[in-house]
Design a protein around this ligand. Structure first.
Ligand code: ADP
Length: 753
């Protein structure tokens, strides 16, 4: 421990977040520490542990510093006590020396001092009262160089009487002190002696203090002269315990104990005084020290030890609480930092979530705006597309009327009407199909389908349109058959849609190539064209509903932007996927459809089921047509009549029921949406009649969903045709009276366009 610590009045303080020692700020700040870049580089969950470690380290450092500081202070307090004890002993002995000097003065001024004079002189000092520990004041007279005798000794108590006449020069310790006093002319303290006064059992260690008395009252200049002029010694005998207890005995609560040894050796034979019995001190003293005093030419060695009363007040006990407090503060820091870290993490998490949510919301908003825009575009387009075919139809009809009057052929007009109606039907079908697919209402009628044949049929249905636009349509097929599980109608719808688009989005005279191949266990159909191509930015959105590339109302191709959506959903329902590629505008496009192939063991032995028969009937049937749309009813009736059937047309349910018995029809085409009694009710009533029990009831309606079909079946219908009805289907139903129609209704309700 450096002395500077002991003497310096240290103060260790903490203010705000920084530590200071004696007002000098230590280079440490908690806030700075927390912001330290190293701390920030720690993984965040380790920061509290880092802070705890640093804080504990700091606690240990501060505690060590505090420990050193308080120990230094306690040492200084102990040193002060030692010093003051020593000083008090020295001061008291100085007092006795002064007393002797006063006595010596008596002898210097008078040649002869009578016992009574001496007694009166000594009584003046009131030795018992003011000079505790002193046994008396005496005078030892020099009889010769070697013989001295105590001639005066006050007070004259029994103890001192025992010493009277004693030749102190005969005893070595006394002689040494007397000789020293004689030769130096100075007061001289003897070594440890047993006083002549110790006439009782309990003896104490003692010592004597001598002061030479020379003839003439002056101290001669030389040793020889002093020896020569020596008359005797004034002296005082001391009992060590009485003296030192007299100095310290009145202390209320002593805080140091000490032992006084004569000379410089700490040995029992030299022990003069023990202030406290060392055996009685239960524990090791906190502080000990040894000090040497020189009193009247003689050395005394004092050993000091702190007493429990001192040790208990030692500030050392501050260190443990400070350590505990430091650990508690460190733990508080740890929990605080951990709470902060967690709060921050939670805040960051919420911010991230909020950011994601906002981004998602922004994305959804963009999507919604885009969808909204597309919907508006779509409605405009829908109106346009539905109105578009009406103009040529109207014109054709008017032309037909005039041509018929002139007896000219109306074949061309009929073709125009048919083409436009097909086109409109295609639009409406797409619209309904997309809506159904989106709501999961389309259920595939899957069965093993041979793809080469299916592709062939799709090509055939698309060929007229491709040819009308003067395209070359090339088909590349694999050698063997390719089987997959599919709904053949939907599959052909997909392929003919792609072919139709290829023809539609290519300038007349283009080249369309359909390739069917087996690749990596899949069937791949590629429809490539040399048409207008697709810009790169439109490719990712091409299969979204209402998506049309730079489509304007005045473009002639027609369409609602739903075909590809339908293609994608139908392909996916078949477990396949569709992709598009295009080098860009004017570079043509390639649509690839990948479909899973049927495992070899499931390929059927029999050839695929034949397509729908479209035979025109040979037998003439009795047919009743019930429709409030007079044109539609008449037209249908006319077609059937042209096929050789006997047809009756009525326009409401009551009329139908009324003529039923008279007509005995074999087939009834019954519109559902009739005024008054609807088609379902009419059907039910027909079925209740004996005439109506065996006939074929065919519903004609604008609604083609499964629920509609179910309802019509429950009402007693055998078949369900969706408007506009396919004449081939109508003919087949009339001609096919021998077979059960139940399984075929769906087939009639969908069209591949
Ligand atoms: P529609 O043909 O009724 O507009 P589709 O869903 O069939 O709707 O096609 C969406 C859009 O994709 C079309 O409007 C057209 O811009 C583009 N597209 C489709 N097929 C082709 C193709 N073969 N070549 C160029 N563009 C095409």
């Amino acid at each position: 421990m450096s002395r500077s610590w002991a003497t310096r009045r240290s103060s260790l303080g903490w203010s705000q977040d920084s530590w200071s020692l004696e007002g000098v700020p230590l280079r440490f700040s908690v806030t700075k520490l927390l912001r330290h870049p190293r701390l920030h580089r720690l993984p965040r969950h380790l920061v509290p542990v880092g802070v705890l470690a640093l804080s504990l380290l700091l606690t240990v450092c501060v505690s060590l510093l505090l420990n050193a500081n308080v120990r230094a202070r306690d040492q200084a307090r102990f040193n002060n006590l030692v010093q003051s004890t020593s000083d008090r002993i020295l001061r008291r002995l100085d007092t006795y020396i002064a007393l002797l000097q006063g006595t010596e003065g008596l002898f210097a001024t008078q040649q002869e001092v009578s016992p009574d004079e001496f007694s009166a002189f000594v009584q003046l000092f009131e030795l018992q009262t003011h000079y505790p520990g002193i046994q008396g004041l005496g005078f030892s007279q020099r009889l010769s160089d070697e013989h001295h005798s105590i001639v005066l000794l006050e007070p004259r108590d029994s103890r001192n009487q025992a010493a009277m006449g004693y030749d102190m020069y005969s005893e070595p310790n006394r002689r040494e002190a007397m000789a020293r006093a004689r030769d130096t002319g100075q007061p001289a303290l003897s070594a440890k002696v047993t006083l002549k006064q110790e006439i009782h059992e309990r003896k104490q260690a003692g010592f004597l203090l001598y002061l030479p008395v020379y003839r003439g009252g002056q101290t001669p200049a030389t040793v020889e002269a002093r020896r020569e002029a020596l008359v005797g010694f004034v002296y005082s005998p001391f009992r060590a315990d009485d003296l030192l207890n007299g100095i310290f005995g009145i202390e209320h609560k002593p805080r140091v104990s000490f032992q006084v040894y004569d000379g410089t050796a700490v040995a029992p034979e030299h022990l003069l005084h023990v202030s406290h019995d060392p055996e009685a001190l239960a524990r090791e003293p906190m502080f000990t020290t040894t000090k040497t005093l020189t009193v009247a030419g003689r050395s005394w060695t004092l050993t000091f030890a702190s007493l429990p009363s001192f040790d208990e007040t030692a500030s050392e006990f501050v260190v443990v609480p400070s350590l505990v407090a430091g650990v508690l503060v460190s733990l508080a820091f740890f929990f605080l930092t951990r709470a902060q870290v967690r709060a921050r993490e939670a805040a960051e998490r919420s911010t991230d979530e909020l950011r994601v949510a906002l981004a998602e919301r922004a994305r959804v908003e963009v999507q919604l705006r885009e969808a909204d825009r597309r919907k508006d575009d779509f409605l405009a387009m829908l109106a346009h597309e539905l109105r578009n075919p009406l103009a040529p139809v109207l014109t054709a009809v008017q032309l037909m009327e005039r041509k018929l009057q002139s007896g000219l052929s109306t074949e061309r007009e009929r073709e125009v009407v048919e083409r436009q109606v097909h086109h409109m039907r295609r639009l409406v079908d797409d619209l309904l199909d997309v809506s159904r697919v989106t709501r999961g209402k389309i259920h595939l009628q899957k069965r093993p389908v041979e793809l080469v044949a299916a592709v062939g049929r799709a090509v055939e249905s698309a060929r007229p349109f491709a040819e009308s636009r003067e395209h070359t349509l090339r088909v590349e097929l694999p050698r063997g058959p390719l089987w997959m599980e599919a709904d053949p109608v939907r599959l052909e719808q997909v392929l003919s849609n792609l072919l139709h688009n290829a023809a539609k989005y290519s300038e007349p005279g283009g080249r369309i190539t359909l390739t069917l191949a087996r690749e990596a266990g899949e069937a791949v159909v590629r429809v490539a064209d040399t048409g207008m191509g697709i810009p790169a930015e439109a490719l990712p959105h091409l299969f979204e509903p209402f998506m049309q590339v730079a489509r304007t109302l005045d473009q002639a191709q027609g369409g609602l932007g739903l075909g590809l959506t339908l293609v994608k959903r139908l392909v996916e329902m078949h477990g396949g996927r569709v992709e598009v590629a295009s080098e860009g505008v004017g570079q043509g496009s390639v649509f690839s459809v990948r479909l899973p192939l049927l495992p070899a063991e499931r390929i059927p032995a029999e050839p695929e089921e034949e397509r729908l028969e479209q035979d025109v009937p040979e037998e003439s049937r009795r047919v009743l047509v019930v429709d409030d749309n007079e044109d539609a009813a008449e037209m249908l009736g006319e077609v059937l009549e042209m096929d050789g059937h006997r047809v009756t047309v009525v326009h409401d349910g009551m009329a139908a029921l009324e003529c039923l018995d008279a007509l005995q029809p074999e087939v009834v085409f019954l519109d559902i949406g009739l005024p008054g009694m609807d088609g379902y009710e009419v059907a039910r009533r027909i079925r209740q009649r004996t005439t109506g029990a065996g006939l074929r009831l065919v519903a004609i309606t604008g609604y083609g969903q499964a629920s509609d079909r179910k309802r019509s079946r429950e009402a007693g219908f055998d078949a369900h045709l969706v408007k506009p009805v396919e004449l081939d289907a109508v003919r087949a139903l009339v001609a096919d009276l021998g077979r059960l129609p139940g399984q075929r209704e769906c087939t009639f309700n969908v069209t591949s366009g």
